[in-house]
Structure formats: structure tokens, C-alpha cells
Design a protein around this ligand. Structure first.
Ligand code: APR
Ligand code: PHB
Length: 391
């Protein structure tokens, strides 16, 4: 059997695995990434596009800021609305901080290019990954690549393989505690090469359901509408999407809406999920492998970034013999994860209609928005969470 050796084996080459690898290699720690899909497949997945400033700074630390600084768009605020109120959340005025509009696909592209420039090892189209000896001084990962079974020996394993990966399932079921909330709807999203309907994002809770007007750049929009889980992409022609979207955003914005063909269209279900603990012997879970948030607060990629921050600093210490960071990784990361869980659950609850809900639920949503409209303290609280809690 071909045997490779590294310090940190990274399962999964999505944003978590790539960013971790980038930061570790910059610090002189050797990694190997094992990714199931092709690079093109990883880059074809359209995900959210809002970076917290802490994420922006971590990407700078990783040396992947050049294109982000050129093409990313800093945003000072966003709008939350129902059919009666339009509330502006002034992130900059309330917290002194901004967020950056820059797509996850772009972040991932930049990270792949940076990894190639550093000459790190990223193996694609790897299958049947099995993680072994997590309770020993050294661990190993067996996998199939280019038709042969191979072994990767390592000190540590980072499970960056997303919700459907193998890493989390390597932790014995009786040792895992899972928390989950599945929401009874999904988001249908489209990309279209048209100018954004508004200069800042609009989160809109209308009587027809939720809609979000987001963007990637001055001629590329990302718009969403809440749909039943039973809907299929084929049920939604572009025309049907534009009709529905325009009646869910404020009429003043709808009057400015420019429509065009969609260049991507997909439906994502909404879920909150956490698996504890994040550490099992030499294995550390990072990003979507351990937790999923609904997209309403744009926290998915940003939480992956804070996990990476805690883990990469801890691993740098660990290879030098100081293990307090890896011992504390799970607790530190989970404290921040749960706060982001709370925020994205609260944003989701505040902005969506739930099928079969009672009249009380609607009043709660209205009162929440009304409170935001009239209380600077409430707006600051929202802004502080949106721009990202400190790492
Ligand atoms: N073996 C190897 N690779 C795997 C395996 C496996 N068994 N299972 C999954 N993978 C790969 C996937 O192909 C994917 O490229 O792991 C990667 C996981 O990437 P993501 O699902 O994107 O998860 P993560 O890197 O943690 O990214 C954080 O933030 O915006 C959110 O959900 C969004 O993906 C985003 C996440
Ligand atoms: C996006 O641009 O895709 C996006 C923005 C904000 C969100 C979710 C998604 O809350």
C-alpha cells in the first residue's frame, strides 16, 4: 500500500479545509487535503456571500485578500422589512464595523489558487475515506485515489468534510450529542446578471412569504424566495420567480427591479444542527461537518472561519508540545457556534411565515420588527451579531 505522511490530514477541500490548510502551511505545518469531488464540482456550489469582518481579517492572515479587496464590496448596513415597516440596520454607525459582500465561490477559488501557489497537496476524487487510531499517538487515514488504496499517516485529523462527510460519524454514536431543528420550508435562490435592486441587502417578510435581495457585484444578483419543501427547481420558471420575488419585496424596490435570465437556480432546505463534542482523540470537526445554520443570518461560512481560527492556532501550539489549545478547542468553538445558532434561528423565526402557524406567531414577528424600528439598543444587538461576534 502506498503510504504518505503529513502532520495534519484534512478531510474535505471546501472552504473550511482549504482555509485551515492555507493557515497551517503558512505557519510551516504540513497538511494533505483529501477531497471527494473535483475542484470544478466544489466551485460550482453557490453558497452565501457575506463575510464578517473577522472572516475578512482571517483571509488576510491567510494571504488571500488581493482579489477580495479589489472585487468585494464592503456594506455598511442592511434592511429588514414587512409590509408596514422598513428598518435600516446601520452596522457601521452602531458597531463601527462593516461586512464584505464576496461570494463563497470566490473565496474558495482564491484559496485553491493560493494552495497551488504554495505547492500544498490537495488530492481530488478520493473515495472510501476511513479514519483510524484516533486514540493513539499517531493516526492514519485510508482512502482510494486513482484506483489504488492509499494510507495517510498523521498526527492530527481535521474533519472538514461537511454535513454528509465521514468525520463526524467516526465519533461513536453514543459519544455524540446532536441537536437539530428542521424548518418546514426551503429557499429557492437564483443568480442573474442584472444590477442589484438596492445598494444594501433587503430581508423581506411579506404576506406571500420571505424574500431576500442580495448581490455579488454591480451586475450580478443573488435573490431568494421562501418555498415549500415539496417544490422542485423545475416548478420555477424564471418568469414565475420574478413575479413572486417582486411581490414579496417592498413595492418601491419592486418598481426598480431589473429582471433577466437566471444563470443558476437551486433550492436549499433550512436546518439548524449541532453535533457535540468537536474533538474525538486526534480528530477535530470544523465547519459544516459539525454544525449547520439556516442562511438567514449568513453565518455558515463565517462560523467555519471561526472554527478554523481556533483550531489552527491550537494546532500550531500542539505540534510544539503545548496542548491546552486543542484541549479547549471544542469548548471555545462551541460557545461561539451556539451564539450564531441562536442568532440565525431568531432571524429565521422573525422573517418567515410557518405553515399552519397561529395568529400569535404573526404578532410576535410584527412586534419584533416594531421593536427594532423604535429601539437603537435592539438594532445594535442585531448589528453586533450580524457583523460577527469576536473570535
Ligand atoms: N471524503 C472526502 N471529502 C468529502 C467527503 C468524504 N467522505 N464528504 C464530503 N467531502 C467534501 C465535500 O465534497 C466538500 O467539498 O468535503 C467538503 C465540505 O465542504 P462544505 O460542505 O462546503 O463544508 P465547509 O468547508 O465546512 O464549508 C462551510 O459554510 O456557507 C456555509 O454551508 C456553507 O459550505 C459552506 C460552509
Ligand atoms: C447571499 O448573498 O447568498 C446571502 C446573503 C445573506 C444571507 C444569505 C445569503 O443571509
Amino acid at each position: 500500500m502506498t503510504t504518505l505522511t503529513t502532520q495534519v490530514a484534512i478531510i474535505g477541500g471546501g472552504p473550511s479545509g482549504l482555509l485551515l490548510s492555507q493557515l497551517l502551511n503558512k505557519a510551516g505545518i504540513d497538511t494533505v487535503i483529501l477531497e471527494r469531488a473535483t475542484r470544478d464540482h466544489v466551485l460550482s456550489r453557490i453558497r452565501a456571500g457575506i463575510l464578517e469582518w473577522g472572516t475578512v481579517e482571517l483571509l488576510r492572515e491567510a494571504g488571500v485578500d488581493a482579489r477580495m479587496d479589489k472585487e468585494g464590496i464592503p456594506h455598511d448596513g442592511c434592511y429588514l422589512t414587512d409590509e408596514e415597516l422598513m428598518v435600516h440596520i446601520d452596522f457601521k454607525g452602531l458597531t463601527g464595523k462593516q461586512v464584505m459582500v464576496y461570494g463563497q465561490t470566490e473565496v474558495t477559488t482564491d484559496l485553491y489558487n493560493a494552495q497551488a501557489a504554495m505547492g500544498t497537496t490537495v488530492l481530488h476524487e478520493v473515495s472510501d475515506v476511513e479514519i483510524h487510531d484516533l486514540d493513539q499517538a499517531k493516526s492514519y487515514v485510508d482512502f482510494t485515489h486513482e484506483g489504488t488504496r492509499k494510507r495517510l499517516e498523521c498526527l492530527y485529523v481535521a474533519g472538514c468534510d461537511g454535513f454528509h462527510g465521514v468525520s463526524r460519524k467516526t465519533i461513536p454514536e453514543e459519544k455524540r450529542k446532536e441537536f437539530e431543528r428542521v424548518y418546514p420550508f426551503g429557499w429557492l435562490g437564483i443568480l442573474s446578471e442584472t444590477p442589484p435592486v438596492n445598494d444594501e441587502l433587503i430581508y423581506s417578510n411579506s404576506r406571500h412569504g420571505f424574500a431576500l435581495a442580495s448581490m455579488r457585484n454591480e451586475n450580478l444578483v443573488r435573490y431568494y424566495v421562501q418555498v415549500p419543501l415539496t417544490d422542485k427547481v423545475e416548478d420555477w420558471s424564471d418568469q414565475r420567480f420574478w413575479d413572486e420575488f417582486s411581490r414579496r419585496i417592498p413595492s418601491e424596490a419592486a418598481s426598480r427591479l431589473v429582471t433577466g435570465p437566471s444563470i443558476e437556480k437551486s433550492i436549499a432546505p433550512l436546518r439548524s444542527f449541532v453535533s457535540e463534542p468537536l474533538r474525538w482523540g486526534n480528530l477535530f470537526l470544523v465547519g459544516d461537518s459539525a454544525h449547520i445554520v439556516p442562511p438567514t443570518g449568513a453565518k455558515g461560512l463565517n462560523l467555519a472561519a471561526s472554527d478554523v481560527y481556533y483550531l489552527y492556532t491550537a494546532l500550531i501550539d500542539a505540534v510544539k508540545g503545548k496542548t491546552s489549545g486543542i484541549d479547549e478547542y471544542s469548548t471555545r468553538a462551541l460557545a461561539r457556534i451556539w451564539k450564531a445558532m441562536r442568532f440565525s434561528w431568531q432571524m429565521t423565526t422573525m422573517l418567515h411565515r410557518f405553515d399552519g402557524e397561529d395568529a400569535f406567531a404573526e404578532q410576535m414577528r410584527k412586534a419584533t420588527l416594531n421593536h427594532l424600528a423604535t429601539s437603537e439598543t435592539a438594532r445594535r444587538d442585531l448589528a453586533e451579531n450580524y457583523i460577527g461576534l469576536p473570535f
